[in-house]
Write a protein of this length. Structure first.
Length: 182
């Protein structure tokens, strides 16, 4: 009869300083009474933390990274506008020197229209995006991915949607959201 091979102690019980072996486990095995490296961990500050799963579905919970306050606004210009200067549909007041991400929008008009998302830094306007709605796409909703900006330190700080109709007038509706990062 062959002698069984010795188990080398690779873990130490922190309370007794006794050596403990690792046990073989496979996915789906019960973890009861086993010393196993069966958990995935991630770094959380200077500590390790277990990855968290949804208790119902078992799906990995994922943090989007954005921690802050969601700001939102909506507006409507019921009569529409064909003026050369675009009219303001929705405005969010921004906090000076804060970082903003995750700009989301919903714009709608029953006629061909142009919408612009604009960052206002005191008197300077910066166009962040343009959306055209019209036949077949009267409502457009999306998010400006991979875009972040820092509000200026002085003066009026706003994020707004402006719009105008191209030919015939129709109401212009807009909703705007942005995440203020803390």
């Amino acid at each position: 009869m062959a002698d069984p091979r010795t188990s080398f102690m690779v873990l130490e019980d922190s309370t007794s300083a006794a050596g403990l072996p690792l046990h073989k486990v496979l996915e789906g095995d019960a973890l009861a009474a086993k010393n196993a490296l069966a958990a995935l961990v991630a770094k959380s500050g200077t500590n390790l933390a277990y990855l968290k799963l949804n208790a119902t579905t078992g799906a990995l919970l994922v943090d989007t990274g954005a921690v802050g306050t969601c700001k939102k606004a909506k507006g409507e210009l019921a009569a529409g506008s064909a003026a050369l200067a675009l009219v303001t549909g929705a405005t969010i007041s921004l906090t000076a020197s804060k970082v903003y991400e995750e700009i989301g929008f919903i714009v709608a008009s029953r006629r061909d229209s142009l919408f612009q998302i604009i960052q206002v830094n005191d008197v300077t306007e910066n166009i962040l995006g343009e959306i055209i709605v019209g036949s077949g796409a009267y409502t457009v909703s999306d998010q400006l991915h991979c875009l972040s900006f820092t509000a200026g330190a002085t003066g009026t700080q706003e994020l707004k949607i402006v719009a105008k109709n191209f030919e015939a007038l129709s109401s212009l509706r807009a909703s705007l959201t942005v995440m203020e990062i803390t």
